[in-house]
Write a protein that binds this ligand. Structure first.
Ligand SMILES: [Cu+2]
Length: 149
């Protein structure tokens, strides 16, 4: 048993040292608020706000909070189409066509008053955060996220 304890201790020291020597870059955290008219204040439509709206490349955690009192919202991380094109949209369902977009991950279907999170590894570039509940994207429930080097 004594040998096992020493072995465990030695391994722990090696791991601690490795951690100290690896490049120290903190994970980015982006807080996303999802709001609509039921959220209070003078909100008229629907809104998504990301703070900060720019993070360094690497691991990025999206912490989404649905501040609505009655509606389900969500956050989908999307690469914008090339050449400034609009996201493909289906007028019948009032939704962005998810199978035709570059969907990198999502915190889907967040109930009113609840939160959810997602961690992604993002490369430098421009991203969109959208809510794709029916009608929400068109109502303005999206925002931009910039990832820098
Ligand atoms: Cu929404």
């Amino acid at each position: 048993m004594g040998h096992v304890s020493w072995a465990a201790l030695g391994l722990g020291s090696v791991l601690a040292l490795t951690g100290a020597l690896s490049p120290a870059r903190a994970d980015g955290v982006v807080k996303v608020l999802l709001q609509d008219a039921s959220s209070g204040g003078n909100m008229a439509g629907m809104k998504m706000a990301a703070t900060p709206d720019s993070v360094t490349a690497g691991r990025v955690t999206i912490q989404a909070t649905n501040q609505s009192q009655g509606l389900v919202h969500e956050v989908i991380v999307v690469r914008p189409p090339a050449n400034g094109a609009k996201l493909p949209y289906d007028d019948k369902t009032s939704r962005v066509i998810e199978k035709r977009i570059s969907d990198l991950g999502e915190v889907s279907d967040i109930p009113p008053g609840k939160s959810g999170s997602l961690t992604l590894t993002l490369t430098p570039g421009n991203y969109l955060l959208i809510c794709n509940q029916p009608g929400h994207h068109k109502a303005g429930m999206w925002t931009r996220l910039t990832v820098t080097r």
